[in-house]
Design a protein around this ligand. Structure first.
Ligand code: GLP
Length: 240
C-alpha cells in the first residue's frame, strides 16, 4: 500500500485526477471503477477541466460504479446515478452506453444484482477509485461483510445512514438498502486509488493504517491488494 500525504482536499483532488488522467492517456479504452460521496467530487471537477482543455477524452472509456441506493429513482438528486451525471458524466464526452451503474429499477433486485455481477465478471477494471466510510466500509460493504462477497443487496448500518443523512432532508428519507459491488469485485481491479480527507476521517485512517486485516473493518483487505495508492490529506492524517 502506497500512502501519499497531501496538504488538503484540493491537492488530493488534483493528484487523484492526474493519476486517472494518466491511466486514460496510457489506454484511452480503459475501464474505470468510480465512486460517489464527497471525497471524489474535486477529482471529478479536475477531470472535467482536463477534458475541457483537451488533455484527455472519455470517448472510449468505460465506467462501472460501486453502488446505488435502493428505493429512490434515478432522478432523485441523491441517487448515485444522478450524482455521477451531475458531477462528471454530463460534463465529459463519455458515451452513455459505456456508463454502468447498478440498476435498482426492476421489481427483482436479486436479478439486478446478478446482472451487474455478471457484467463485472466479464470485464477488468483498470483503476478503481474508492472513498471510505467512517466505519471502514468500501462501496457499501459494511463491517462484517465476507471478503469473498460479490455484488449484493446490503442493509445499511445506522452509522452509515447517519453519516449520509446530511445529504437528505431527514433520516427517514435515507434509504435502508443499496446494491453494491462486493469486496471480491473491488479486489479484482488492477489498481486501486483511495481518497481520504477531513478531520472526521482521522480515526478511520488510524484504523486503516494500524489495525490487522479484519472483516470488521472492510477497507483493511486493501493491504492484501498488490497495487493500492491511498491519498490522505493532513486533516485525515492528524491522529497518526
Ligand atoms: C458512501 C459511499 C461510499 C463512500 C462513502 C464515504 O457510503 N457508498 O462509496 O466512500 O459514502 O463518503 P464521503 O466521501 O462523503 O465521506
Amino acid at each position: 500500500m502506497q500512502i501519499i500525504i497531501v496538504k488538503d482536499y484540493a491537492t488530493m483532488s488534483e493528484l487523484a485526477a492526474q493519476i486517472i488522467a494518466d491511466t486514460i492517456k496510457a489506454n484511452p479504452h480503459c475501464t474505470l471503477g468510480l465512486a460517489t460521496g464527497s471525497s471524489p467530487i474535486g477529482t471529478y471537477q479536475n477531470l472535467v477541466k482536463a477534458v475541457e482543455n483537451k488533455e484527455i477524452s472519455f470517448k472510449d472509456v468505460k465506467t462501472y460504479n460501486l453502488d446505488e441506493y435502493c428505493g429512490i429513482s434515478q432522478s432523485h438528486p441523491q441517487s448515485y446515478y444522478y450524482f455521477m451525471h451531475d458531477n462528471l458524466f454530463n460534463h465529459v464526452d463519455i458515451d452513455e452506453n459505456n456508463v454502468h451503474i447498478p440498476s435498482v429499477s426492476s421489481t427483482n433486485l436479486e436479478e439486478d444484482c446478478k446482472k451487474y455481477n455478471d457484467m463485472l465478471n466479464s470485464t477488468t477494471i483498470d483503476l478503481q477509485l474508492l472513498g471510505i466510510g467512517g466505519n471502514g466500509h468500501i462501496g457499501f460493504n459494511e463491517p462484517g461483510t465476507p471478503f469473498n462477497q460479490e455484488t449484493f443487496i446490503v442493509k445499511l448500518t445506522e452509522k452509515t445512514r447517519q453519516d449520509n443523512k446530511r445529504f437528505f432532508n431527514s433520516i427517514d428519507e435515507v434509504p435502508t438498502h443499496a446494491i453494491t459491488m462486493g469486496i471480491s469485485n473491488i479486489m479484482k481491479a488492477k489498481k486501486i486509488l483511495m481518497l481520504i480527507s477531513g478531520k472526521n476521517k482521522a480515526d478511520t485512517v488510524v484504523r486503516l493504517l494500524k489495525e490487522e486485516v479484519d472483516p470488521e473493518f472492510p477497507a483493511s483487505i486493501l493491504h492484501k491488494h498488490p497495487d493500492v495508492t491511498v491519498i490522505i490529506d493532513q486533516d485525515a492524517y492528524s491522529k497518526m
